[in-house]
Design a binder for this molecule. Structure first.
Ligand code: DAH
Length: 326
């Protein structure tokens, strides 16, 4: 190789060496430069002056590169002082609403229920008609529901997953359907325009109200403690007949009456009932052959009762002083 090529090659290598500031590496490169000076001696006289200059420039360059790299290394070493305590980072955790969701699901999974999910954007048909909710029903008001583009809307409850599940499956089966729901409600201490529900549905040849009571009693005891009692109050839902609202005995005062249960001793936790024959007809089931029960609960509500949270808005304010407590 010609001397000029050797000079160019060494310069390229020096420039591409990341650890050139390390004394061993720097010395090895300088040693190579020194060896090129020996080549210089063998050159014809008239070239010596020119190549001498070029070699000196190369030597200066290698030295300059290595002092700069050593300086940078020192700065880097100072910047990373690994004996200093680190900056503490806030650890993330599961949101209390999703912890309640998980716990509700866990109880029903133990009772043999499967988890089914439906879309948050639903058809009007699944959200209303198939559930026997008539056109003139107040909850259907086109101006009061979040329509995406008719006939699609943000589901106002998880009950349409009942319809989807019955169309996809054959009885007997039992499912729960947790998910987000949307309503045109202004936020206040007990309302949010978007919240979470868990729907339940059990369908078979002779599913009874007694089984509904048994399942919900077991659920209430798992969630709120082994001494919990349940109370069924007659109610109305278009998709169940008969329908019942379910209360639990107040676990704070043992049903004596306290501020948490507003003095009544009881707290409402969900709506339920026996699946209406019209709902079975809507999905092509024979109401003479199958029966079923259904229930629906608000996850925020369950979570608020368990932890005595007085304002539902606190769940969505991202206030760590609140969230850290769970
Ligand atoms: N979908 C009802 C609501 O959002 C809750 C509900 C009540 C669901 C009774 C049910 C039921 O499955 O049987 O208010």
């Amino acid at each position: 190789m010609e001397l000029q090529e050797k000079i160019d090659e060494l310069r390229r290598r020096a420039q591409a060496t990341p650890a050139i500031g390390e004394p061993a590496i720097r010395n090895r490169l300088l040693e190579e430069v020194r060896r090129l000076f020996q080549d210089l001696a063998k050159l014809p006289k008239e070239q010596k002056g020119e190549f001498g200059k070029r070699l000196n420039a190369l030597k200066a360059e290698v030295e300059e590169l290595s002092t700069r790299a050593a300086g940078e290394r020192q700065v880097a070493e100072v910047r990373f002082e690994d004996t200093l305590p680190g900056t503490p980072r806030e650890l993330g955790r599961r949101h209390p609403i999703y912890r309640a969701w998980d716990e509700i699901a866990r109880v029903f999974l133990k009772l043999g229920f499967e988890v089914e999910y439906g879309p948050e954007i639903e058809t009007e048909e699944n959200n209303f008609q198939s559930l026997n909710i008539p056109l003139e029903h107040p909850s259907r008001d086109a101006f009061d529901t979040f329509y995406v583009r008719a006939p699609h809307l943000l589901r106002s409850h998880t009950s349409p997953v009942q319809i989807r599940a019955m169309r996809r499956r054959r009885p007997p089966f039992r499912i729960i359907a947790p998910g987000k729901v949307f309503r045109p409600d202004d936020a206040d201490a007990s309302h949010l325009p978007s919240f979470h529900q868990v729907e339940g549905l059990m369908v078979g040849e002779d599913v009874s109200f007694a089984q509904l009571k048994g399942v919900l009693l077991l659920f209430a005891r798992e969630m709120f403690g082994p001494d919990t009692r349940v109370r069924f109050r007659p109610s109305f839902f278009p998709f169940t007949e008969p329908s019942a609202e379910v209360d639990i005995s107040c676990f704070l005062c043992g049903a004596k009456g306290c501020p948490a249960c507003k003095g009544s001793g009881w707290m409402e936790i969900l709506g339920s009932g026996m699946v209406h024959p019209k709902v079975f007809e809507a999905v092509g089931y024979d109401p003479e052959k199958v029966t079923g029960f259904a229930f629906g609960m608000g996850v925020e509500r369950i979570c608020m009762l368990r932890h005595n949270v007085r304002d539902i808005r606190w769940f969505v304010e991202n206030n760590f002083r609140f969230l850290r407590q769970f």
